[in-house]
Design a binder for this molecule. Structure first.
Ligand code: HPA
Length: 268
């Protein structure tokens, strides 16, 4: 999307929804963020926003919904674009650009991921504490701006607060390093072995590029993985997209609880 299209899309979004959002959430495959405490203030399809592309992947809706959660205006974007669908990298960043143009400075990114660490079981939620970019897509910026990419800045104080809050509330939350690959095929046993050796605990097809792009725009980001399947480098077993969607929708409750707790306690 060109800058003028992003600005126009953000203007239409604000006009349609009537209030300015302060927090953005991008939801991954199969996950719906709809806590009982929240009141919907309206919904806009991406196709109604000028210049926005729409995902063709099953399990990805394509709309933005404004929620009022105890007085906080949260814009939940369901459905993102993936490079494997054939979209340009700049299009894959359209949600971050939109949220930024709408005035949002904090974004929570979620994804469905394969669990590489032995500790994980399907349904676990993990806070992403570090990332590996194996997309080989080049610079995270659209052009060199003369200053280094701030992608390495991890807000450790925020991560500590999140982990402490969940521990105090007895909410199970794992943590781990997430690796983004291009997909769309799932990993071979040799790739699983390689990813583990590289230090990855989770693998998926999104998030890292979005998170880095958001950081380069000066936004605060945090990201969560929902472990939809575990990966073995010894037993050959194929992962299916339907399995990923099934687990994501049943484990979504836990992720909703975590995000709601962080928002209502104003940790983010
Ligand atoms: N690999 C890559 N992406 C994924 C997986 C996986 O096993 N599960 C959900 N998204």
């Amino acid at each position: 999307m060109q800058q003028h299209e992003v600005s126009l899309a953000a203007r239409v979004l604000r006009q349609r929804l009537g209030v300015d959002p302060t927090i953005g959430i991008i939801t991954g495959s199969g996950f719906r963020f709809c806590p009982l405490q929240a009141r919907s203030m309206g919904r806009v399809s991406y196709s109604d926003l000028p210049g926005m592309d729409v995902s063709s992947v099953a399990g990805h809706a394509s709309h933005a919904e404004m929620l009022d959660l105890h007085g906080r205006h949260v814009l939940v974007c369901s459905g993102r674009l993936h490079a494997y669908e054939g979209h340009e990298h700049t299009s894959c960043m359209q949600l971050i650009d939109l949220l930024h143009a709408a005035g949002i400075r904090t974004v929570i990114i979620t994804n469905a991921a394969g669990g590489l660490h032995w500790r994980y079981v399907p349904g676990d939620i993990a806070l992403i504490t570090d990332t590996i970019d194996l997309t080989f897509l080049g610079s995270t910026r659209h052009g060199y701006t003369g200053s280094p990419d701030p992608c390495l800045l991890v807000d450790q104080d925020l991560q500590t607060s999140i982990l402490e809050t969940c521990a105090q509330q007895h909410i199970a939350l794992e943590m781990g390093t997430y690796c983004q690959v291009l997909g769309p095929s799932y990993e071979t046993r040799a790739e699983i072995r390689m990813l583990r050796r590289l230090g990855a605990d989770l693998v998926g097809m999104s998030t890292v590029r979005e998170q880095r792009h958001a950081r380069s725009l000066g936004m605060t980001t945090l990201a969560f993985s929902m472990v939809t399947n575990t990966l073995s480098d010894t037993v050959q077993r194929s992962v299916t997209h339907d399995e990923v969607l099934d687990v994501a929708s049943s484990a979504g409750h836990q992720l909703s609880t975590i995000i709601t707790t962080l928002l209502t306690q104003e940790i983010v």
